[in-house]
Design a protein around this ligand. Structure first.
Ligand SMILES: [Zn+2]
Ligand SMILES: [Zn+2]
Length: 499
């Protein structure tokens, strides 16, 4: 980092004052304190419901160790999982009578019929409005034209990309993994100065709500240091780490490629190129060691998980909340505390010790690792969501098994994404729908998962030889009308078409 001069600091201070003035003249007549409270009410209620519906099955009446084992083997861990299966499927899975299965679902249902669940299922119109206004953020897709038709990626929901092999799904994922790590605000990449103002959440709202006359969108270099201006739309604060969780089920994530995209997008300072190099679209290189390290930070901030089977993929997703919050130990990947609130590490403040510093409860087996909570993740990627399931459950005969598991899987994912309010992108394979005329490409998984994905984007490859061209079609979105944009796969991951 370049040391700031006194003069720059003074200039920043005076600009900051100006910002405050702008904020005060523009601020709406709402009481910020009550807004935040009612915005939090929605999250609190959501978490309460999830907690109640995801209670374990261990204590449920009528479930002994043998049944429990069978339920686990079928990906059923919670009351909610159990209720998402009909009696017929329980009969088949557990090899029990229909009467027993009915009894089981009845008991599970009764455990939910409490006032605490019901009262948390309802939020007031104001609470919900405030929640969306304060909490929902949008992230850039990494391409201006694409942002315009999609409105950017929204937090708290799942966005799906589907398309044939080679349609560039993974490129979109890698660009997103980079974009999440960029600052939210429009600011100078070299000194962090905001252009034009502070204290806003999410760049879309920023552009929608402010007096457009105040923005000088023409500014290309920083007034203070001459640095490059970033247009905003990331999920991070300037100079702060932003973690990304990347679940790579198809072995297609490449850190080397991600590094390349960072350089080619000039998110770090790069070496000047000769005319020939520019003409040949030669890859850009970091200016020096310091810039190389900055580019590598983008790679290091991504936590990768590579489950080899659908069962392991489900295991990862069922622990996603802890992964997002960052309360897993980097060494042993145990939580800071167990679900029962018991500490797992010796340096946890919850560990009770006697005067001599010895752990009081000798039955606790504690890890000695120096446990530190990680920064929360802001983006979760699952590439691909359905691939493992499709491979493992091949053929028509196992279709219903596959759909049952997919439905549990998607529910787990949805719960974590909504309660943690992060952005989630998943990729999906496409298949030809039989007996349909015209464009008959459909995403795998059918209605079971389709209705859970809030935004669906279809990546269409052209028939022609121009293999790098792609059309991204916004098929389904609550925010925007159906629309499409042509783009190209290239050095920047995704980019404008060159003609
Ligand atoms: Zn600057
Ligand atoms: Zn540990």
């Amino acid at each position: 980092m370049v040391p700031r001069t006194k003069k720059v600091k003074e200039a920043e201070a005076s600009v900051a004052l100006d910002h405050d003035k702008t904020m005060h003249t523009n601020i709406e007549t709402i009481n910020p304190a009550t807004t935040i409270d009612s915005a939090n009410a929605v999250t609190d209620k959501m978490e309460a419901v999830i907690e109640e519906t995801t209670q374990g099955l261990e204590d449920m009446e009528g479930i002994g160790p043998v049944r429990l084992k069978k339920l686990y083997a079928n990906g059923i861990y919670t009351v909610d999982d159990l209720l998402s299966h009909g009696e017929e499927s329980l009969v088949r899975m557990l090899d029990i009578s229909y009467a027993d299965a009915t009894k089981m679902t009845q008991t599970a249902n009764e455990s939910l019929m409490t006032d605490s669940v019901f009262s948390n299922l309802i939020v007031s119109g104001k609470e919900y409005y405030d929640y969306r206004k304060k909490k929902i953020e949008y992230m850039t897709t990494g391409l201006k034209e694409f942002d315009e038709i999609t409105g950017g990626y929204e937090t708290g929901v799942i966005t799906e990309y589907f398309g044939a092999f080679g349609s560039g799904k993974t490129q979109f994922m890698m660009v997103a993994a980079i974009m999440a790590q960029m600052p939210k605000n429009r600011c100078c990449l070299d000194c962090g100065e905001d252009y034009p103002f502070k204290n806003t959440r999410g760049w879309k709202r920023e552009l929608d709500n402010i007096d457009k006359n105040l923005i000088d969108l023409g500014v290309k270099t920083c007034n203070l240091c001459g640095g490059r201006i970033w247009s905003g739309g990331g999920m991070s604060e300037y100079g702060k780490k932003c973690r990304v969780i990347y679940i790579d089920t198809e072995n297609s994530y490449r850190p080397e490629r991600l590094f390349e995209i960072v350089c080619n997008r000039e998110l770090i300072k790069t070496k000047e190129q000769s005319k020939t190099e520019i003409k040949q679209n030669a890859p850009k290189e970091p200016l020096n060691d310091e810039e190389y390290e900055k580019a590598m930070e983008f790679v290091y901030n991504i936590d990768i998980s590579r489950p080899r089977t659908s069962a392991l993929q489900m295991l990862v997703v069922s622990n996603l909340s802890s992964m997002i919050s960052g309360d897993l130990c980097k060494k042993c990947h145990k939580r800071e505390i167990t679900k029962e609130g018991i500490p797992t590490h010796s340096d946890n403040p919850l560990v009770k010790r006697d005067k001599d510093g010895k752990v009081k409860d000798e039955t606790l087996i504690l890890e000695e690792h120096n446990f530190k909570k990680d920064t929360p993740a802001k983006l979760v990627i699952v590439d691909s969501f359905t691939g493992k399931f499709r491979k493992e459950f091949e053929g028509r005969g196992t279709l219903s098994d596959r759909q049952t598991k997919l439905s549990t899987h998607v529910k787990l994912l949805e719960g974590a994404i909504e309660s943690k309010n992060v952005i989630c992108l998943v990729t999906n394979q496409a298949q030809e729908a039989l007996g349909v005329m015209g464009d008959n490409i459909r995403p795998v998984g059918g209605n079971v998962i389709g209705h859970t994905f809030t935004t669906r984007i279809y990546l269409k490859k052209p028939q022609s030889m121009s293999k790098d061209k792609i059309t991204a079609i916004l098929v389904d979105s609550p925010n925007k009308a159906k629309n499409e944009v042509a783009m190209e796969l290239g050095p920047k991951g995704i980019q404008e078409t060159s003609g």
